[in-house]
Design a protein around this ligand. Structure first.
Ligand code: MN
Length: 255
């Protein structure tokens, strides 16, 4: 049986780690599906991620309705999370961010976001951009209803990342560690890619689809634990060890 208080504590850690890496600032959020009730998820009340405490963690259903404990005003964009969990039973954690080096890629289409370094492979080769205006016209660009959340989830499809025009992105994962890892490395990839595009005339060589698949498959528990332990140390948060096993995709050169 999962230890819910430990899961909530890890969610606090995820908030602090994403803030430490500038994936989120005072805004943006991260959630985890409730493993005891897959139709619910945990998300902080509306608070800057670096300030989030365990008492801020709130339980929601897919419609964004608060279940039980209500520590304060919820995030207006909580519908992003509920709609993705509803559409994607494989997703256990979601990050929504305005990651600063990623946003430029949301407003143009000629130079696309592509993974250019092996650690960033999990963002995938095919990254769509959701444009809220296509269905909802002139808005403040925030995802403030179930309809908007579902439209975004539809654009995401079965992928790991969708950009959001003039706003930011959503990142999904099979675990909290995985979604934090992918979000951090997408911001790093974006910063490196902006530099790579400046060096030439756009003729970059991104990872091939085969390389993306090979790297994503090799991202085993060991890789995620190595990052997570370090990020706990950097943010002064408790580290609850999980399985460090290398997984079936780990480097075949390791005997
Ligand atoms: Mn937002």
């Amino acid at each position: 049986m999962p230890d819910i208080s430990q899961i909530k504590d890890d969610l606090v850690t995820a908030n602090r780690v994403l803030a430490y890496h500038h994936v989120v600032d005072s805004f943006g959020h991260v959630s985890i599906r409730n493993p005891e009730n897959p139709k619910h998820f945990f998300l902080s009340r509306a608070r800057a991620p670096n300030c989030v405490e365990i008492g801020d963690i709130t339980e929601f259903d897919f419609q964004g309705k608060i279940i039980g404990h209500e520590p304060g005003k919820p995030y207006s964009e909580r519908f992003i999370h509920g709609s993705i969990y509803e559409a994607r039973p494989d997703v256990m954690a979601v990050v929504h961010n305005h990651s600063p080096n990623v946003v430029p890629f949301t407003v143009q289409s000629k130079k696309k976001m592509k993974p250019i370094m092996h650690m960033c492979a999990p963002i995938g080769s095919d990254i769509p951009t959701w444009d809220i205006s296509h269905k909802f016209g002139v808005t403040n660009l925030l995802v403030t209803s179930v309809d908007m959340g579902r439209d975004l989830a539809q654009c995401l499809g079965n992928r790991t990342v969708s950009l959001m025009r003039g706003h930011g992105s959503v990142v999904v994962g099979k675990s909290l560690r995985e979604v934090v890892f992918t979000s951090i490395y997408m911001e790093i990839n974006a910063e490196m890619l902006l530099k790579a595009y400046q060096l030439g005339d756009g003729d970059i060589t991104p990872l091939s689809d085969g390389e993306v698949a090979a790297n994503s498959g090799a991202r085993a528990g060991f890789t995620l634990e190595r990052g997570w332990e370090n990020w706990c140390r950097l943010t002064g948060r408790p580290y609850y060890a999980q399985d460090w096993n290398m997984g079936p995709g780990f480097s075949k050169t390791d005997k």
